[in-house]
Design a binder for this molecule. Sequence first.
Ligand code: BG6
Length: 799
Amino acid sequence: MVWEKHKQRMLGFALLLVLLCALGGAEGREEVQRHGHISVVIVGGTGDLAKKYLWQGFFQLYVKEINSGNSFSFHGGGLSPIEKGKPVLFEILKAVSCPKAVSEERCAVLKEQFLRLSQYRQLKTLEDYQALSKQIEKQLQEEGMTEAGRLFYLSVPAFAYSGVSEKINSSCRPSGGAWLRVVLEKPFGHDLSSAQALASQLGNSLKEEEMYRIDHYLGKQAVSKILPFRLENKKNLNPIWNKHHIERVEIVLKETLDVKGRIHFYDQYGVVRDVLQNHLTEVMMLLTMKLPKNISNAEEVNQNKLQILSSLLPLGKNQAVVGQYQSYKTEVQQELNQTTDQSVSLTPTFAAVVAHIDNALYEGVPILFVSGKRLNERVGYARVLFKNNIFCLQDHNSVHCKPKQIVFYFGHGSLQYPAILVSKNLFKPALMGKEWMEVTEHKNVSVLGLPITDYYVQTPREQRDAYAELISHIYAAHKSSFVSTEILLGSWYMWTPLLTSLKDTFPRNYPGGADNAGLLDICLDGNDITFNNMEVIINHDQMGSSSASGFKAMQGKFRSADMVSAWTEELVETLAVDLQAAAEAAVHEEGVFHLAVSGGSTPLALFYQLVLHHSTFPWRSTHVWMVDERCVPLTELDSNFHNLHEHLLQHVKIPYYNIHPMPVQLNQRLCVEEDGGALVYERELSKMVVNSSFHFVLLGVGYDGHTASLFPGEKVNEHGESLVALTESPNKPHQRMSLTFNAINQAHRVALLVMGKGKHELVTQVSRIKDVSDKWPVTRVKPTHGTLVWYIDYDALIG
Ligand code: BG6
């Protein structure tokens, strides 16, 4: 079965390559270098990236190449007119700094020259690009210079790429054999088809060899040394770089920051598209590709990367787990101006994925990709962990008992510098050229479970920024440091099916920072991956009267009633399954199922689940009633019915006469006692529901302990025998209509759904109340003949 799938996939991959050739996507020949004048144009030259990295990178290039025989001019392009753009650019240029080795005096001279060679220009219309080209030609002519090439760095949003490339193609191509290089930044699409569309648009204006797609990880010093390291240490590595010796490969980027300020972008992308599809995949290819005979040969590197991409087994849903940090939802609401708490963003901010390569060398070796925001530390690394078959009886500290590993350390973390580390029980590696040095004096730190003194460590003599590094590679036309169209599409081919299958997965909620503790630990289980922490031990003190005893994710007792507890997504799924089972049983026995649902945001996740995964739910025989309603027209956004309709009813095939909104608006007015709306509803339900006994009532609990629209201080005794009442809420809109406890407690089954860390305090308080308390209305939920089940997620249960 897997093999069949794999064959189909290989066929798909082959077809993709055929398509690519049709697009002109095959790696092209590199241009012949010649000396002369080089015009650098940064489109988006006053933007953030340009300000932070690009001008600095080009200044460094200028300083390095000043005596190369080439001359330079630099153009910062922007949409603003010159009066506005020029001073902004000037401020950016003033801030560039010289490499350490350059003296202060010399630095001042170089900066002055760089400033003179740089200018701002408006680049908006085709005419602006034509004028730029004319100016370059005029300058070349006036100064009698030969043109070597033109380098356009597109530091603009991806949607602008094809427009700008068309303009460059039609009006800014150099003539007379000079080169054109156009640099692009991710995102390069959102999935395979959008990446294909973008590639084909760009392919209309630019040749493959003219495109330089940046993945700044390829400019990181420890990443760019992966191939040289493998080559230099071939003799030691060859015998162990295979499935018999490698336990697993881990490629990890942990970040502490959140994504505030980037939500517009991030919420559409998430961590898999933002980091795994590009940065981590590039690192994976460098680690696992067949070692090219010539690592500087871009064509050979490209082919070997493609080969490994095409040997990956398809990624299924079970090969990934995802998470979302807790405050993400609020950030989404704030930045996307979502004023209600009704939106459910499933965008993962954490992901761990395990992939497998289907070839003789790596068969069965897990390749783990991990990345996330709001984790406990900022660090990036790739670790090749080797098997260790030594059993140490006594001295576990002796060197042969320790983990055997090679770590490409990208930076930050405990070391704070990029490095390559080889555990001393493997071999002493060759030094990565003159620009690297061995580190022998160490701080007292550990790296991935080993004290630093247990490694051979080497680091670059000078730390260089990835952008500056890549800018010098663009200049030198080192195409192997860039992402070809083939690799880009091959990588999307790998990730897109997984992204599709994860689309509706609820990410595990994590608090962020050190509080994540073991919550995001991963367990590799055959080809699959799970969160390690599926069991939660409950602190009995917190649980008050709960009789739960160190139970697993599942059943327990809460306030003497049944309780189901799990992580949010599993909990909601369990509730959906239970609800469907209750519906099927009722329909089987009575031909009808009466369900009453509450308002508020708690049930939305359940509705979502029902809509997506419960296509066999007996909607045709289901009657949906409201537990409570706000006294607003049903068409308004804060109407409970409106929400129910938006999130559930309109998506399922339920006959409209089975839907029973509460009559909060009668005689063109809202909830007026004399209009008798509550009585109308009560009569309707008494008429239709046998013994006024709902089959299933779904309730939530508010932070103040209210349930349905029965708030603390409500004079419940005044409701007498009635089933429906007008009530008062401390929150707006104050007037409500609600089922009474009398109606709720007559149900066959009541589910109380409580989710989120914010409800932890409430759960703790309520768990301590022995009987009923008017302060906590939810304690009055006690079905007289039926059953009550609490569905409480771990966040609410254990905080
Ligand atoms: C970028 C991602 O490509 O890489 C960011 O868009 C991420 O979300 C960044 O933070 C990580 O790069 P670095 O160099 O800080 O590890």
